[in-house]
Design a protein around this ligand. Structure first.
Ligand code: GDG
Length: 496
């Protein structure tokens, strides 16, 4: 494994993300450790374990202070420590303005093209600036602690300003950023106040390299820079932007999963037992099982999925009772009104559909609305005849890849939104437009009726793709590009 990361071994790694990989919370029986759900943490924790670096993140747990030292450091994973977690404390005001406010009520909906959900408040923006300064200061401190010329790897839309704040204070650092979510086209980006647009883009251009999930998002970013910052020089054909005597490279690096880990989870005796129980309970005899796994987020198209099911059961009554829909929807950002509304609407819709279509021996939709362990997810993936990913916009979508990795039996159908970044790679899935409800229902029917030889053929193609583009391959690709950006920066002044 180590041999795949030669470049990273040269520089100590400091990773910055909003979400921390381990959160400590007070429980009646003492302090409990939680592993927050979400694509970012699932993808990056294995990398930190292998590289023994430092992860700087927001201390979100109410017992986080108790288990960290005075500065906020502790060794993780608990019980088997291999890297340093540096926690950053945010006040309630910071959480409100930076996290719930500008990051998740302005940037998140903006980047996912939900313009009607974008809320811009001056105080949220000021809070975003303040939080970026605090996290950047923590990164600088960690850089001083570890010494040498670090590789600072910033993650996501919470920290668009951090790179240009860190750069002058750690001049030897190689700084790059992975943008996990879509990047919007200029017309949508232009909804932000002009000063905010400038700050965000200039902040991001403090990076040596910016990694997006797809070419489309990388082009959107370059387009936004070209239109917003006339003083920047954007070279589209070379994917390089020059500004203020520095250069930033831009590229597409589709994220993936730890395939071996998901295969290990799916082979555990406990997982196999749960898988069998799920089938006995929800898919007895000829009945099929359709599953979905998401954070409860309006970008994931959960409501559209329910509408497609309703359409199908109403229009083709003979389909009733032929399959059960198991929805795992993990609570997420419940303090934001749009999320609280979504949760209420989804729960109501499920209750209504179950009331309307249920029979004596069939409950149409089963909802698991809690954070579950990864081995249970592996059991859900393994038990499914069909897995549905219906995102309205999605940077990548790891669930699609996890489902494929868990299908060591070579069976199972993936129905995948063409608005998820994953659809660029997973063309052997049944691609669907979740906005077009009739066609969505038709595609579900095709998935349910697919002959075995076609399921197996498609799954073989999907498994081939995922096996050849794992999280290690993703990391290697980024490190090679970061190293190239590093060398280019050394000779960069001459090139200008
Ligand atoms: C962002 C981008 C991009 C879900 N519920 C539970 C749980 N999960 C895990 C899944 C999967 C992850 O959360 C969800 O990943 P996604 O990729 O679907 O989505 P986001 O959280 O929105 O992530 C996305 C990703 O970043 C990576 O770059 O793909 O486009 O939006 O790994 O398994 N995990 C556990 N319990 C749950 O209840 N343990």
């Amino acid at each position: 494994m180590q041999s795949k990361f030669p470049a990273m071994l040269d520089r100590p790694l400091i990773l910055l993300s909003n979400r921390e990989p381990y959160e400590h919370v007070h429980k009646p029986n003492g302090i409990e450790v939680r592993f927050p759900a979400g694509g970012l943490v699932s993808a990056l924790d294995p990398i930190l374990r292998r590289t023994h670096g430092t992860w700087v993140a927001w201390a979100s747990g109410n017992a986080d202070r108790t288990v960290a030292d005075d500065v906020g450091r502790l060794a993780v994973p608990p019980g088997d420590p291999s890297y340093t977690l540096r926690r950053v404390w945010l006040s309630e005001n910071d959480v409100e303005g930076f996290y719930l406010g500008f990051a998740n009520s302005a940037l998140w909906p903006l980047c996912h093209l939900f313009v009607s959900k974008v809320d811009i408040r001056r105080s949220d923006w000021e809070s975003y600036e303040h939080a970026n300064r605090m996290f950047a200061a923590a990164v600088v401190q960690e850089a001083e602690r570890v010494g040498g010329a670090p590789m600072v790897w910033v993650h996501d839309y919470h920290f668009a300003l951090a790179p240009s704040l860190i750069r002058p204070l750690v001049p030897d650092a190689l700084i790059h950023q992975f943008w996990h979510i879509p990047f919007p086209p200029p017309d949508v980006f232009g909804i932000l106040p002009v000063g905010v647009q400038n700050s965000l883009l200039r902040g991001l251009l403090g990076n040596d390299l910016i990694e997006f999930q797809t070419d489309g998002f990388a082009w959107n970013f370059m387009d936004c820079v070209a239109r917003t910052l006339p003083e920047a020089h954007v070279s589209l054909d070379q994917s390089v932007i020059h500004l203020d005597g520095r250069q930033t490279r831009v590229g597409a690096f589709p994220i993936s999963i730890d395939v071996a880990e998901w295969q290990r989870l799916s082979a555990l005796p406990h997982t196999i037992d749960v898988c069998r129980t799920l089938r006995q309970r929800y898919a007895p005899r000829e009945r099929q099982l359709v599953v979905s796994v998401d954070r409860m987020d309006y970008t994931k198209g959960i409501e559209r999925r329910l509408r497609a099911l309703e359409h199908m059961w109403r229009d083709t009554p003979e389909r009733r009772g032929t399959f059960t829909m198991l929805i795992v929807a993990t609570p997420s950002r419940t303090d934001i009104p749009a999320y609280a509304r979504l949760e209420r609407d989804v729960l109501e819709a499920i209750e209504r559909l179950n009331d309307e279509f249920r029979t004596l021996d069939w409950t149409p939709i089963v909802l698991v609305h809690e954070n579950v362990d990864a081995d249970l997810l592996a059991a859900v993936y393994g038990a499914a005849d069909v897995c549905v990913v219906s995102s309205l916009q999605d940077g990548m979508n790891l669930v699609a890849k996890e489902f494929i990795a868990c299908r060591t039996d070579g069976n199972g159908v993936l129905v995948l939104s063409r608005f998820a970044g994953a659809s660029d790679e997973l063309s052997a899935a049944l691609l669907v437009n979740p906005f077009f409800i009739d066609a969505f229902a038709d595609t579900l029917a095709v998935a349910l009726d697919m002959p075995r030889h076609e399921r197996v053929e498609r799954m073989a193609a999907l498994r081939d793709r995922v096996a050849n583009a794992t999280i290690e391959d993703w990391l290697e690709g980024i490190l090679v590009a970061a190293e190239a950006a590093d060398h280019a920066a050394e000779g960069g002044a001459a090139a200008l």
